[in-house]
Design a protein around this ligand. Sequence first.
Ligand code: LMR
Length: 398
Amino acid sequence: WWDNVGIAPKDPILSITEAYFADSSPRKINLGVGAYRDDEGKPVVLQCVRDAQAKIAGCEFLESLSRQGSMKLVDESVKLAYGESSDVVKEGRFAGVQALSGTGACRLFAEFQRRFRPEAQIYLPAPTWSNHRNIWRDAQVPQRTFRYYNLESKILHFEALMDDVKNAPNYSFFLLHPCAHNPTGVDPTEEQWREISYQFKVKNHFPFFDMAYQGFASGDLDRDAQAIRIFLNDGHLIGCAQSFAKNMGLYGQRVGCLSILCKDAKQAISVKSQLQQIARAMYSNPPVYGALLVSTILDDPDLRNLWVKELKVMADRIIKIRAVLRKNLLELGSPLNWDHITNQVGMFCYSGLTPEQVDQLTNKFHIYMTRDGRISMAGVTTENVAYLANAIHKVTKS
Ligand code: LMR
């Protein structure tokens, strides 16, 4: 039956973790996957999550959720994205469903887009998270790219971005990272977001935000949602994928939300029913437990405050370790400019290392990262930063 099946290409991110685990060197460092680690290099279970676990233990039926998923989770998620007091939330002008983390939210949306706007393409930033290409490919949505990052200057390629937005056919779909762009760590400024939003209005483009790292760019949830709020104020109907994998450290629980803003509450009912139907055929209901943890934390003022504090601790550790890595490189006498390490935000540093330099780091120094030179800063610790800086200096010297 399956003679025609060859081995699938390796995932560029997940295969790095596999290679890391297969390495027996005590010096090895995993800078591949974007998963938070503390300064000891260990995964973290947040205290607010432990408290929520205790709070829900034994007091909830673990029945399968209704088709709309956890209503409380969705209601709290949209407030995080669009603002506590936003009119779209108050007036119910959104279709929101619980999703299997950010990936599942994107996949649901891609499927929805193909069904109801089959003529439209999706424009993905160049570069973007590698899985975005898989998601829209599998939903059979034609995809294009728009220019985003200037490899030479290591900043946003703003003019090129605006040109591509202007030159795309009217009514195109664009995927935007509202904060902590993956992989570059470079976000538009507030003013640039305003200009992008304005141009989207002119062109009638649809903005789809994949918000996987809310809180990780600045440590502040509202600030990290600024791009979304700008588009909202400009009257756009937006789509938004949210994930609690990173900002609550619930990677394996797969908790997320997909919301699509609608012109009125009636339209929202139709859109939501279609999203529910798509989900029903794919996986029926999302899992319950993680969603209960998230909604318990968001709904309880004490747990929520604790979460905000713990999120800031995670974001601040990454900001600090960026500075230490840069300082180490300068002290080693590296003649290269490493300002981008501290200018970039969020979990990643788009280092500018070439694929060959990355191979050398892996082969000679047991340092693992994707071949595009993306460093997951969460893997850098006080203990390994000097070793890492030395290795980067060695492979970039000649
Ligand atoms: C990453 O970019 O490393 C994360 O989003 C994790 C993943 O699943 O790829």
